[in-house]
Ligand binder design. Structure first.
Ligand code: PLP
Ligand code: COI
Length: 343
């Protein structure tokens, strides 16, 4: 194995084809065997259901190099399960967990040279997805699908690395109450593009979306869940009023880390926007974001400034960040079964 000659430290969160992707086709009611492919273009009908009706679901997870040179992934079984849940909701045939795991091993094992070295500041992002490739003109699911898993080395999701972000409360909604907000459907992200552009043009890094039904409680951003820390050190994460927050694997893991490893109090409950100025720290969490601190939130011209400030991550989130990334990179022992080694 010879690692690619890449300036790992200057990578952004940008697509980059690697040596291989993995693919399987669904036809006549069954999935084909998995195949490695060096063709990085998908081939489909001009009337593919994904093009006409956005029939696609995806996942996101990372592969890491440990200090002793192993290549590991973090709780991929939860990504497999969430993709099954997402697929079922969009009329897509689910990829069974064993097939997902086999695809992951095949993909990463054949792209080892692209997995960033330990300590480089970069990681390997893995993007599994399934889309309706078969033609469909009436409003109905496709009959043919492709499952693909692609990967690429990436740097931090937010430019500026770990500097606190400034968000705005969006006037748009990300997901309808009891709609598709709790699954990883491509359409949720298309929904957020305009809101994101508006926020960006106004100088904000991201949107805070509120619950679409009442616009009174915090939901999430376009690609990460929220974490708050109370002034007495409790971790609070929003529960959706209407089942429209994506169940982040990072957030679920952090709640276990906080409670079981660090002995902190945790709470998952509705978080009214009126309560947000009371918190000591705020952050976003997700696979791409890891934990990104939030310094300020603009609520229609009124600024909510967290005491942790605009220079660095607050101490409680930093402790969570160090513990989580330590577990992910194999320097801290996590709960059993969290690390899956690529052989
Ligand atoms: N929320 C949304 C809308 C996301 O797209 C993501 C990213 O996957 C997350 C939260 C974080 O989820 P996870 O920690 O499983 O990556
Ligand atoms: C991830 O964190 O894996 C996501 O899919 C979020 C996306 C905004 C990159």
């Amino acid at each position: 194995m010879t690692k690619k000659n890449i300036d790992w430290g200057s990578l952004g969160f940008v697509y980059q084809p690697t040596d291989y992707s993995v693919s399987a086709m669904y036809k006549d009611g069954k999935w084909s065997d998995l195949e490695l492919t060096a063709d990085h273009t998908c081939h489909m009908s001009e009337c593919a259901c994904v093009l006409q009706y956005a029939q696609t679901v995806f996942e996101g997870l990372k592969a890491y190099t440990t200090p002793d040179g192993r290549t590991v992934t973090f709780r991929p079984d939860l990504n497999a399960q969430r993709m099954i849940d997402s697929a079922e909701r969009l009329g897509i045939p689910p990829v069974p967990e064993e097939m997902f795991m086999e695809a992951l091993d095949l993909l990463v094992a054949n792209n080892l040279d692209w997995v960033p070295p330990y300590g480089s500041g970069a990681t390997m992002y893995v993007r599994p997805f399934i889309y309706g490739s078969g033609p469909m003109i009436s409003v109905a699911p496709a009959e043919e699908f492709e499952f693909r898993m692609i990967c690429m080395p990436v740097g931090p999701y937010f430019k500026g690395g770990i500097k606190p972000l400034v968000l705005k409360i969006s006037d748009f909604d990300r997901a309808a109450p009891h709609g598709t907000g709790d699954i990883k459907a491509g359409l949720n992200y298309a929904m957020s593009f305009h809101a994101h552009e508006v926020a960006h043009n106004e100088g904000f890094a991201e949107n805070m979306f509120l619950d679409a039904g009442t616009r009174t409680c915090v939901e999430e951003t376009g690609g990460a869940n929220f974490l708050f820390v109370t002034k007495d050190g409790k971790i609070v994460t929003p529960k959706s009023k209407s089942n429209s927050i994506l169940p982040s694997i990072t957030r679920r893991s952090l709640m276990v880390v906080a409670k079981d490893l660090l002995g902190m109090d945790i709470e998952q409950r509705e978080v009214p926007i009126a309560e947000v100025p009371e918190f000591a720290e705020c952050g976003l969490c997700g696979t791409a974001a890891v934990i990104a601190p939030v310094g300020k939130i603009n609520d229609h011209g009124k600024e909510i400034c967290f005491p942790s400030g605009m220079d660095e991550m607050g101490p409680v989130l930093k402790k969570l960040y160090d513990t989580l990334t330590g577990i992910q990179m194999g320097t801290i022992e996590g709960p059993e079964g969290w690390i899956h080694e690529i052989k």
